[in-house]
Design a binder for this molecule. Structure first.
Ligand SMILES: [Zn+2]
Length: 353
């Protein structure tokens, strides 16, 4: 990995570089920011630079050739300890921090961090999902943080900063990560061969909110198909409210009884719709649409009246969608919200300007 392979966090890399060159890298860092923007990637890159045997310790660079760099690439470096919350768990298991019940204090991250470095000059811990630690884990970690020794670095990673105990926060240097730009997400999707085409990468990136993780979820075939169906219905003149609401409600029902998952799918659908209207607005305002299929243009020119009339209508349609998103956030009944939305979209679309 090189700095060129890290997208969108140039100022953070520069800050780390300055800290290294002054010999003032803190013993504990807290990387906070949205999921899927590259916090873990930056943490691993920093660790590799610190472990690298060929480049000076005061530089944020690594050689990719030495045994440490190779071990980092293979994820086998003996002085790098990393823990994260397993996907099927809501809480970071205590055993990862202080050892399993029969080996409390004799294994786990806190114990490992108290040992001497195996090969390099320090041990480095990356604690991903640090915001999912329970109080017991946090307190155990706090003890380790309170005994700073020259030869360790801890990097805590969190997407929910509020979930980190203030006592832990105060012992870490906070580094805030921002969302990635849509072009960065799009480039990453293509670079990692996650998207099939530049077109698909751009579409998904626009909806991702600057998160590669969200973008990757959006590439799911079922979601892509859903998006295709929903925007096809949305782009019809005249708009058929029943067909639209039935399709949305069916997609949500297919998710099953889990309401959290149903709300999430509803959000995706509303985002697909909002993105469609957004592009229509851009097209109506004279900007070229990013979709190549002419669907947007056909939709826009289907409105009678001047460009101003069209823009006003599209603005109203978009407002009505955002209103529904807020209702869903407030736990309103999904099917009712969607039915009302459909009727209102029809009314707005039909109304004389
Ligand atoms: Zn190296």
């Amino acid at each position: 990995m090189t700095t060129a392979q890290i997208r969108g966090h140039q100022s953070i890399l520069e800050m780390l570089e300055r800290a290294l060159s002054r010999g003032r890298l803190p013993h504990a860092l807290l990387f906070a920011g949205p999921i899927g923007v590259g916090k873990n990637r930056v943490a691993r890159y920093l660790a590799q630079c610190l472990f690298c045997e060929q480049t000076p310790a005061d530089q944020l660079s690594c050689c990719h050739e030495c045994s440490s760099c190779k071990q980092m690439a293979a994820e086998t470096h003996p002085d790098l300890l990393s823990v994260e919350c397993p996907p099927d768990k809501a809480i970071l298991p205590l055993s990862l921090i202080i050892g399993s019940e029969d080996k409390r204090g004799r294994e786990g991250l806190c114990y490992e961090m108290s040992l001497r470095p195996m090969t390099g000059n320090r041990r480095i811990a990356i604690i991903d999902d640090a915001d999912k630690m329970n109080a017991e884990s946090a307190n155990a970690l706090l003890k380790t943080l309170e005994e700073p020794s020259a030869n360790y670095l801890m990097i805590l990673i969190a997407s929910e900063l509020d979930a980190i105990l203030p006592t832990i926060r105060s012992r870490c240097q906070l580094i805030r990560f921002a969302e990635l730009s849509a072009p960065d997400v799009s480039d990453l999707l293509l670079e990692h061969q996650l998207a099939e085409s530049p077109d698909q990468a751009q579409q998904v990136a626009r909806l991702s909110g600057g998160s590669l993780a969200v973008a990757t979820q959006l590439l799911d075939e079922n979601l892509q198909e859903l998006r295709h169906n929903i925007t096809r219905l949305l782009g019809q003149h005249p708009f058929r409210p029943q067909a639209f609401s039935q399709a949305v409600i069916k997609a949500v029902d297919d998710i099953g009884g889990n309401t959290a998952a149903q709300r999430k799918t509803t959000h995706w659908i509303l985002r697909f719709c909002a993105d469609f209207y957004h592009q229509a607005l851009q097209s109506a305002a004279g900007y070229q649409s990013e979709l190549n299929n002419g669907q947007i243009e056909k939709f826009v020119t289907g409105f009678p009246g001047s460009a101003e009339d069209r823009i006003e209508k599209l603005g109203s349609l978009l407002d009505r969608l955002l209103e529904t998103e807020e209702q869903i956030d407030r736990n309103a009944t999904i099917s009712l919200c969607i039915e009302c939305l459909s009727e209102d979209l029809r009314a707005i679309q039909k109304s004389a300007s």
